[in-house]
Design a protein around this ligand. Structure first.
Ligand code: HEC
Ligand code: HEC
Length: 282
């Protein structure tokens, strides 16, 4: 009997605290663009509440944003935001190594893309998503990045990003994107002087093809197969020059996004390359 009476009260308490947490984070949002990210980080981060209640709690606009987030047909390249960025949901948390960091927590960041987006431009370009949509999804070319997403789409994405701000794995402080050099965001090869140290760091390491198979599957495999075309071209041609493969990993190539060092280590890159080589009989 005692237990029976206890459960509804506990449930009620949990429910009430959930509601207050949600309304609290909602009213934080407009102010969240300023610098009080420390506050957001130190709140108790109720991870389970987000997973259990987020779908039901999404506003209509946030739902629109979520659809955009999972849409693989937003641009000419058939990848979605979710292909490259976790949103903290179980669907995007697994062994897959995504090129981008999680977007849970992004609305608390005060600068994104290593400082390319800050101030008013954060909300205006969905925290820098316009650049991804233009370059990686090929919705616009590099000269019209700002138009890659319509104002309505930006609005919807902003609302969804705000809704996942405290989702599991959230990163609320500014990222230091560990790129070897700023990517060119075009088909142009990076400056040789900048590219070379990044390539050498990978190529000087002995790679393990067995480990590389796992790395390839978890990262490259989303878009590439060794000998068939998937979202990206087969590895056969590019693999004639392994330095070029290493360069592509660190700087991207046109529509392919780069891998920062903390996303894919030099050793993991060397292992993936050793695997590609082993498959091509070299
Ligand atoms: C092909 C992969 C890819 C796709 C698709 C992609 N992104 Fe990105 N995005 C990246 C990479 C790589 C970065 C660099 C920063 C990082 O590591 O997160 C980035 C950076 C960002 C940032 C800045 C993060 C920060 O704090 O610096 C935002 C915001 C973002 N992307 C949103 C989106 C949204 C929204 C979409 C869908 C409309 C999207 N991206 C599609 C790969 C991608
Ligand atoms: C989210 C999708 C995606 C992922 C993941 C990805 N790539 Fe790519 N990759 C592409 C696309 C798309 C292209 C074509 C780019 C272009 O032509 O603009 C490409 C191009 C390349 C090229 C150049 C091919 C050529 O023939 O010029 C190489 C090499 C390459 N990728 C290697 C890799 C490796 C190695 C990994 C894993 C560490 C990887 N990619 C992960 C999408 C991806």
């Amino acid at each position: 009997m005692k237990i029976l009476r206890f459960i509804p009260i506990a449930a009620l308490l949990a429910f009430v605290s959930l509601i207050s947490l949600q309304s609290c984070s909602k009213s934080d949002k407009p102010a969240g663009t300023t610098t009080d990210s420390s506050k957001t980080t130190t709140t108790t981060t109720p991870a389970p509440s987000t997973d259990a209640t987020a779908p039901a709690a999404l506003s209509d606009k946030a739902k629109k944003g979520q659809l955009l987030y999972y849409n693989t047909s937003l641009g000419k390249v058939k990848v979605a935001c979710a292909t490259c960025h976790s949103d903290g949901s179980a669907k995007t948390q697994g062994n897959q190594i995504r090129q981008g960091h999680t977007l849970a927590g992004v609305t608390s960041r005060t600068a994104t893309w290593n400082g390319m987006y800050k101030g008013d431009n954060l909300k205006k370009f969905a925290y820098g998503a316009s650049l991804c949509a233009a370059v990686f999804q090929k919705r616009a070319d590099i000269k019209t990045v700002d138009k890659a997403l319509s104002a309505d789409e930006v609005d919807a994405l902003n609302e969804y990003l705000a809704a996942i701000n405290t989702a599991p794995g959230a990163m609320t402080s500014n990222l230091k994107i560990q790129w070897v050099g700023k990517p060119t965001f075009s088909d142009e090869a990076p400056d040789e002087k900048i590219a070379k140290p990044g390539i050498t760091a990978i190529m000087k390491l002995p790679g393990d093809p067995a480990k590389g198979e796992t790395v390839f599957g978890a990262s490259c495999g989303t878009c590439h197969s060794i000998s068939d075309k998937k979202i990206g071209p087969p590895m056969v041609k590019a693999a004639k020059d392994m330095n070029y493969v290493a360069q592509t990993i660190r700087f991207g190539s046109g529509q392919m996004a780069f891998y920062a060092k903390d996303v894919l280590s030099d050793q993991q890159a060397a292992d993936a390359i050793a695997y590609i080589q082993s498959k091509l009989g070299k």
